[in-house]
Design a protein around this ligand. Structure first.
Ligand code: FAD
Length: 458
């Protein structure tokens, strides 16, 4: 499997992984195919995931700028077509209490507002895409955060109280019995908090919907068009032109947006080098549960569920009664497809639902999420070198970017159009560099071991 810390390009026109989403979503809507000659564009966007598509859509709809998106493989071939489809009011891994301590209440509230705006924009785009025949099947609303140990419930209750007080957020507290009797009989659940507003969708169709809306608004989406080399012309002036080399044509761009997130290739651009850590997240989807199995597990909900472990597990019941179950994957691309990782998820699923002791999985795949050193996504325009002031990026969602990437794309579009972003660390600061960057994987390995011990014994 492609490994962003080792490989120079993610592929060229590669097929989707053999995921549940790729199998159930039908045919992709039309795109603009591969670029086959040199072109001049005002704005080039690299990567056709949610970030790139949202940026293209907002540039066209709100600023009258018709951008061209260049995707190495297919639309949403990266994380956007592989994720679990949880729409949540969050991104990154930094807690609101930590934000408040570091930056004060106003900034913390500002960031919360951006997360909420992301969810609202996704909902709006879901309805627009549905009206055009692309339905990403939103499920009933509700996000359950499960305490995997009795003492974790106290932490969840404290979090719920903080969010209720700070944001007037509607968070319900559920005892162990309430979770098991009213939602699902998860034997690893020792209570939970439940938000009324998270929900699950088909992530690939969500991206296809964005693509259709962006193309209708005048954007071009070129697939099978990896950027394999990048040069600057007139690099000591503010009007430097960016030259993006693809296999069959050179793109001359006045402005460039990097929207490659966890799939950013090795040494791609100095602005992002050593500033992210791609980490594999793995998903399995089981065979459909029979009525008897659903009753035995008391599986009454299609809410999205996540637990409190340091190495989190998450799951949801899909519209066809299969279970999607996810957690951490391998460390390197080379071992990503080792069935060990899918089997490990299956055995954890069975500890939650012993009645499914004989269940099999039908699909298993993984994808690269994008960790940032400070646990925050960054949407940034370079000010370091005069020639780079026409290069922008957004990345670092830390495995939680389905809803916020849309807001990030909208803010990116504003930056490209010369409009100032809100004065929040998300929009004003570059991604911090990882110290000892060549040892990032060793750090990740150590964290996994620490997490395993913490989750088991503390
Ligand atoms: C298994 C898994 C489960 C997840 N579950 C959730 C969830 O339930 N909820 C949630 O909020 N988040 C989840 N996430 C994270 C979420 O999917 C991402 O944050 C989001 O999709 C990021 O979108 P993006 O557009 O920034 O990046 P991506 O969708 O990864 O798109 C980047 C694109 O750039 C392309 N690219 C890279 N290099 C080049 C190049 N040189 N030339 C051209 N194209 C290039 C890639 O091919 C790729 O298609 C999950 C991620 C994974 C892997």
């Amino acid at each position: 499997m492609y490994d962003p810390l080792h490989d120079k390009i993610p592929g060229c026109g590669d097929a989707y992984p053999d995921s549940y989403w790729a199998n159930v979503s039908g045919d992709a809507p039309a795109d603009d195919g591969a670029i086959d000659h040199d072109i001049d564009v005002d704005v080039a966007i690299i990567g056709a995931g949610y970030t790139g598509l949202s940026c293209a859509l907002h540039l066209a709809q709100q600023h009258g700028i018709k951008a061209s998106v260049f995707e190495a493989n297919k639309t949403a071939w990266g994380c956007s077509g592989r994720n679990a489809g949880f729409i949540l009011k969050s991104s990154g891994r930094k807690s609101y209490s930590n934000m408040q301590q570091q930056w004060g209440e106003e900034v913390m509230r500002g960031i919360y507002g951006e997360m909420c705006a992301g969810v609202e924009t996704v909902k709006e785009l879901i309805s627009q895409a549905k009206a055009q025949g692309i339905d990403c099947q939103p499920q009933e609303a509700g996000y359950i955060k499960v305490a995997h140990k009795p003492k974790m419930l106290n932490e969840l209750i404290a979090l719920a109280k903080l969010q209720q007080k700070m944001f007037g957020y509607d968070v319900e507290i559920l005892s162990k019995d309430e979770v098991r009797q009213q939602y699902m009989d998860d034997r690893n659940a020792y209570g939970a908090i439940r938000y009324q507003d998270g929900f699950g969708i088909n992530p690939l169709k969500l991206a296809w919907g964005y693509q259709q809306l962006a193309r209708n608004a005048g954007a071009k989406i070129y697939t099978a068009s990896p950027v394999i080399n990048w040069h600057e012309e007139n690099s000591d002036t503010a009007s430097a032109t960016q030259l993006l080399h693809t296999p069959n044509g050179i793109v001359k761009a006045k402005k460039v947006v990097i929207a490659t997130n966890g799939y950013t290739p090795k040494g791609f651009h100095s602005l992002v080098t050593n500033r992210t850590l791609p980490v594999l997240s793995q998903i399995i989807v089981t065979e459909p549960l029979s009525d008897e199995q659903i009753t035995a597990c008391n599986f009454l909900t299609s809410n999205v569920v996540m637990d409190t472990r340091a190495l989190k597990y998450y799951y949801r019941k899909l519209p066809d009664n299969r279970l999607l179950f996810g957690g951490r994957g391998a460390i390197t691309g080379k071992s990503a497809d080792d069935p060990y990782y899918a089997q490990r998820l299956l055995s954890v699923l069975k500890t939650s639902f012993p009645a499914l002791a004989n269940i099999k999985y039908h699909y298993a795949w993984s994808g690269w999420i994008c960790m940032a050193l400070d646990d925050l996504p960054h949407i940034y325009q370079s000010h370091d070198k005069v020639s780079q002031s026409n290069v922008f990026y957004s990345m670092g969602y830390c495995g939680s970017g389905v809803s916020f990437s849309v807001q990030a794309g909208k803010r990116l579009a504003e930056k490209v159009a010369g409009i100032e972003s809100p004065n929040l660390p998300l929009y004003q600061k570059a991604l911090p560099k990882f110290p000892l960057a060549p040892l990032r994987r060793l750090g990740q390995w150590s964290y996994f071991h620490y997490g395993k011990i913490k989750d088991e014994y503390f």
